[in-house]
Design a protein around this ligand. Structure first.
Ligand SMILES: Cc1cc2nc3c(=O)[nH]c(=O)nc-3n(C[C@H](O)[C@H](O)[C@H](O)COP(=O)(O)OP(=O)(O)OC[C@H]3O[C@@H](n4cnc5c(N)ncnc54)[C@H](O)[C@@H]3O)c2cc1C
Length: 384
């Protein structure tokens, strides 16, 4: 592999968006991808998944999503879009190439992959979160006799028909997987440990994301204060369903805790009609099921962990200091880091849509990386 101006690790939405913006900024980029096709993570998400963000706010730089797509495109349509995006801008990632380590070598970033190493003054880490499913541990987990799977392994209700299933977690995956199971008449319960926030997918005829974007420059507390009454009306009472509304509003929850509120696409109706039962936090597992924190116990034939992802990028960059928080997440994403020439794209949850944020970050990264590269070339050209 020849050494380019910039190496991008990952060919999901973030990697592809950066490839397009950086190339438009005059940089010669190489994209390394461990899978054999672009958008590999979206190819393996659960079958019924549709975007929760609308088509008009989910396209990547330089190419809107096709108008023939519905307002909330399906998983397959997003994959189709990513394929067309790569084809249109002639982005040809080096596939089947897993990056095992990124290290600094003078003014260069040296990227070690299974085919060898390449170097560039700029590297963009666009590896997403999908490789780090978070699996909480409870006393009794080893003794539990049935399957415990993470939401990233869930595809559809078929294996669960005729079973009692507990879905753990009230994020978007948990809510949608419980809905998927309930629609297939599976006996399903949701374990909800703490207070929650719920948003309708559309408000007053507009996608909820459009409202979030409209209010994006206002402080989180103010936005949540303004929206609280209308959201209460739109969502209705949740306390009678056994849920507790979080004291922090939805926007504060995303900004301060990185937790995304549930965007309701039918889960609440299924909770209201009893098709999805609500349980509290888990205390421990028993061989047949779960003992909850309120001392009740129930049998379950399967447990699905919709408990999110916790990537730790220090594993990829053990020698790089000053760019990660204590969990190994980047301190900043979509802008220059403390390490010259190193960028992350799409790593921090955004209240205004992750795909939209990825597009904005890709543009900023391209602008900053171009200046950085020009400066570096000028330094090299300058007489000693
Ligand atoms: C279930 C689910 C639903 C979502 N729905 C929405 C939504 O509706 N709207 C929205 O805006 N956002 C949504 N998101 C959030 C976000 O937009 C997506 O996760 C998006 O795919 C992130 O893009 P990415 O490129 O950062 O990561 P990914 O899509 O995960 O791509 C990362 C790529 O990097 C590759 N890679 C990883 N490690 C290496 C390595 N070491 N070497 C080489 N290659 C590597 C992977 O194979 C992968 O192809 C959703 C996320 C999930 C999990």
């Amino acid at each position: 592999m020849k050494n380019p101006d910039a190496i991008i690790v990952g060919a999901g939405p973030a990697g592809l968006a950066c490839a397009v913006t950086m190339r438009a900024a005059g940089l010669d980029v190489t994209v390394l991808e461990k899978a054999d096709r672009v958008g590999s993570v979206w190819r393996r998400h659960y079958d019924r998944l549709h975007l929760h963000t609308d088509r008009n706010h989910s396209g990547l730089p330089g190419m809107a999503m096709p108008l023939i797509f519905p307002t909330y495109p399906s998983r397959e349509q997003l994959v189709e879009y990513l394929e067309s995006y790569a084809a249109r801008f002639d982005i040809q990632p080096v596939f089947n190439t897993t990056v095992s380590r990124i290290r600094r070598d003078g003014t260069q970033w040296c990227v070690d992959a299974d085919q060898g190493s390449i170097s560039a003054p700029v590297v963009v880490v666009a590896t997403g979160i999908a490789d780090a499913p978070y699996r909480p541990s409870w006393p009794g987990l080893d003794a539990y006799r049935s399957a415990v799977v993470h939401s990233s392994e869930y595809r559809n209700p078929t294996p669960y028909v005729g079973k009692r299933v507990l879905v753990v977690g009230f994020g978007n995956s948990g809510g949608e997987i419980a809905l998927d199971l309930a629609n297939a008449d599976v006996d399903v319960a949701l374990a909800v440990r703490g207070p929650v926030q719920i948003l309708p997918r559309d408000l007053l005829g507009f996608p909820i994301l459009a409202w979030a974007i409209l209010y994006r420059r206002l402080p989180a507390r103010l936005v949540d204060f303004i929206n609280a009454p209308i959201l209460r009306l739109a969502v209705g009472s949740i306390e009678e369903l056994g849920l507790r509304r979080a004291a922090k509003g939805p926007r504060q929850m995303v900004e301060e805790d990185g937790r995304v509120p549930l965007i309701d696409i039918g889960t609440l109706d299924k909770i209201r009609d009893g098709s999805i039962k609500i349980c509290g936090g888990i205390d421990r597992l028993t061989p047949e099921g779960v003992a909850f924190a309120d001392a009740s116990a129930q049998k379950f034939d399967a447990i699905i962990l919709a408990t999110g992802f916790r990537p730790d990028l220090r594993q990829l960059m053990p020698d790089v200091e000053g760019v990660f928080d204590r969990h190994g997440m980047p301190l900043v994403t979509g802008q220059a880091t403390n390490a010259p020439g190193l960028y992350f794209c799409g790593q921090i949850t955004s209240p205004t849509g992750q795909l939209r944020e990825i597009g904005l970050e890709a543009q900023r990264i391209a602008d900053t990386a171009r200046h950085y590269n020009v400066g570096l070339r000028a330094q090299r050209a300058a007489p000693a």
